[in-house]
Design a binder for this molecule. Structure first.
Ligand SMILES: Cc1cn([C@H]2C[C@H](O)[C@@H](COP(=O)(O)OP(=O)(O)O[C@H]3O[C@H](CO)[C@@H](O)[C@H](O)[C@H]3O)O2)c(=O)[nH]c1=O
Length: 337
């Protein structure tokens, strides 16, 4: 079994590779990653010499590199590669269209050409838009993305779907809620708040802090993707979530309490334009039809995550320095698979 993981140096992709290598040491994993600011090879240092793991630096929007990679007889593609930060998509949408839409298209073309066995596209609950106080997103909720990021993901989801309908490509699309856990780049709410609090910096809360997100531990997300990989029905979409809705301010206060830091660090700042009020996700399809069972309790998961950041402040400092980019550039290829 040879799996191509795109975006495997990112937060969710790197957690997934570690999860898979530990659980299936005979599977071969190729990690294709462009190493943008949010991709860190250090996240995979512990497996960089594993005999079944190969890292290739490259952009999914580059057809030449992608073609080269697909010549290696790929059985399954799992497409994590994406620009993923909503605020960044508001200030600079173009790169989101390029990577998320055009990059996915390049991968789909290669998957079609080389008759790949399965293409799993990792997407987001944000493609459904926003909810009011009640209701949950199901897989049949109409797509209504509100940010350039979520619009680019919705666009890529539709392209993936079209390759199934038109060319018969075996596909699954997964749509997950907000992830937390180790190795998340400190631009997202939880790692940003933890690392700012640890440094006694202000914690910028958008608007009134009452927007709601559903939080899932990244390892539960990994096991859900594994479940889809093993049991997903061709052409199906699966929602993934933690049934764990929290307001942003609740998350921030939990972090402060856990770190013993004062609430005076909280600063309410201007709201995000087009800020989705609430995400709530119905994951009963993957649970009932594929037997996925999430394991993490939010309070133990968030405590462990806070401790991870506390114990890895040197990681934070490294990934925030220019010298780190050199590390990424040097540690480019190991070639065994
Ligand atoms: C960075 C930041 C965020 N926020 C708020 C905005 C959101 O309501 C909430 C979470 O923000 P973010 O961590 O940026 O995540 P969000 O916009 O929900 O999107 C995340 O979750 C999505 C899944 O729902 C993923 O597809 C995205 O890639 C991921 O970035 O916290 C703040 O109040 N202050 C902040 O500084």
């Amino acid at each position: 079994m040879r799996i191509l993981v795109t975006g495997g140096a990112g937060f969710i992709g790197s957690n997934f590779i570690t999860y898979m290598i530990n659980k299936y040491p005979d599977y071969e994993i190729i990690n294709l990653d462009a190493l943008t600011y949010a991709g860190n090879l250090e996240n995979l240092k512990h497996i960089q010499d594993h005999p079944k793991y190969l890292f290739i630096k490259g952009d999914i929007a580059d057809p030449r590199i992608v073609d080269d990679v697909f010549q290696r007889s790929i059985d399954i593609v799992i497409n994590f590669a994406a620009e993923s930060h909503v605020d960044k998509s508001i200030s600079d949408p173009g790169v989101f269209i390029r990577t998320n839409v055009m990059g996915t298209h390049v991968l789909l073309e290669a998957a079609r050409k080389y008759r790949v066995g399965k293409f799993i596209h990792i997407s987001t609950d944000e493609v459904y838009g926003t909810l009011g106080d009640t209701g949950l997103f199901t897989e049949t909720t109409p797509l209504a993305p509100n940010s350039p990021y979520s619009a680019s993901k919705a666009g890529s989801d539709l392209l993936v779907r079209s390759y199934h309908e038109t060319y018969g490509l075996n596909i699954n699309i997964t749509r997950c809620s907000n992830n937390y856990g180790p190795y998340q780049f400190p631009e997202k709410l939880i790692p940003l708040m933890i690392t700012n609090a640890l440094q006694n910096k202000e914690l910028p809360v958008y608007g009134d802090g009452l927007n709601v997100r559903d939080w899932i531990h990244v390892k539960d997300h990994c096991s859900a993707i594994e479940t889809v990989m093993l049991k997903g029905k061709n052409g199906e979409i699966y929602n993934i979530g933690g049934r764990n809705e929290r307001t942003n301010i609740e998350i921030v206060k939990t972090i402060l309490i856990e770190l013993g830091k004062p609430e005076s660090l909280i600063t309410y700042v201007e709201d995000r334009p087009g800020h989705d009020k609430r995400y709530g996700i119905d994951a009963s399809k993957i649970i009932d039809q594929l037997g996925w069972i999430p394991e993490y309790n939010f309070f133990t998961g968030i405590k462990a995550t806070i401790n991870w950041y506390k114990n890895n402040m040197d990681w934070l400092q490294r990934i925030q320095t220019a010298a780190y980019q050199d590390y990424n550039n040097q540690t480019c290829v190991s070639s065994k698979v």
